[in-house]
Design a binder for this molecule. Structure first.
Ligand code: PDD
Length: 284
């Protein structure tokens, strides 16, 4: 059964109701996280919850909850296993539609689960490489906040879909930012490059892990501005996100990346990911 969490209650999805005046619904006045659970255990839960607190603080949405307990119970109510947990907190509902809000609102907390594959028990051959397009980044200038205002992201991924591609990478002022729901990396002559962290991109938890693993294994990596030319001449291109892990890109705007195969440095990084996950799961 699909059990969701809404404001303190665990209930079947079709019984969960929110107000038509909820500001998340009316204005996208809300933040969210997507957190994978493998075999019932949250993957980098601490990092996700830290980013959630950052987003809440940025929008001054005040709520203090035991997120870990809420999510762990939701996962077990849905049978544990491999699930992606979506957690959304809106500023709450007033009694009419108004841009202005008072400090008497009670935030709406909603969470639900979707079954996912455990990418970490898959082998590298199970990872399907991606085709992407590159398009303009139409978003606001606080992309470091994980807000639910995702219309530009939806528009670019739809554009990708219409061109038979899997993802859209975005560029702002001639610089690569990120994908519609992922960060991006390129490899040039054995060095991993990724756009600088700042308000133009989300500080991805998977991005952070890739940089950490690169550091620990003496693989050179650098945060830099990446232009279209650099992207198109890269030996390898990867995207990263919590639910997808690290995935190779083999086509950009219809042109092959490198030799059109999953790259050797991607294979190394994927291997490091699997080892990291195994360590977490076995507690070794
Ligand atoms: N997306 N950039 C954007 C714009 C994202 O939406 C995401 C995550 C990421 C990667 O962050 P992380 O590695 O912490 O998942 C980068 C989630 C998965 C989503 O919207 O479904």
């Amino acid at each position: 059964m699909n059990i969701v969490y809404l404001n303190g209650e665990y209930l079947p999805a079709d019984k969960a109701k929110i107000s038509v005046f909820d500001r998340g619904f009316l204005f996208g006045d809300s933040v969210y996280e997507v957190i994978p659970f493998y075999q019932g255990v949250g993957f980098r839960l601490t990092e996700h919850l830290a980013r959630l607190e950052y987003s809440l603080r940025a929008l001054q949405i005040q709520t203090c909850q035991d997120w870990e307990a809420i999510l762990n119970l939701l996962v077990s109510q849905n049978g544990g296993g491999n699930l992606s947990v979506y957690l959304q907190i809106t500023r709450g509902a007033g009694d009419s539609r108004s841009h202005r809000y008072g400090d008497d609102l009670s935030p709406t907390v909603f969470a639900c689960c979707t079954p996912i594959k455990d990418i970490y028990t898959a082998g590298p051959d199970d990872i399907v490489p991606m085709k992407v397009i590159v398009t303009a980044d139409l978003r606001w200038h606080r992309c470091d906040v994980k807000s639910t205002c995702l219309l530009p992201n939806i528009m670019v991924v739809h554009q990708a879909q219409a061109q038979d591609a899997d993802e859209a990478l975005m560029m702002r002022d001639g610089k690569l930012t990120e994908g519609s729901s992922c960060n991006v990396f390129i490899v040039l002559q054995g060095v991993i490059y990724t756009p600088k962290r700042g308000s133009e991109i989300l500080g991805g938890t998977t991005r952070e892990l890739i940089m950490q693993l690169a550091d620990e294994h003496a693989i050179p990596s650098q945060e830099v501005d990446i232009d279209y030319e650099m992207l198109k001449t890269a030996d390898e291109v990867w995207i990263s996100s919590s639910t997808r892990g690290v995935v190779p890109v083999i086509e950009i705007d219809g042109d092959q990346v490198g030799d059109g195969e999953k790259g050797p440095l991607w294979s190394t990084m994927f291997e490091l990911f699997i080892r990291y996950q195994q360590k977490l799961m076995t507690g070794e």
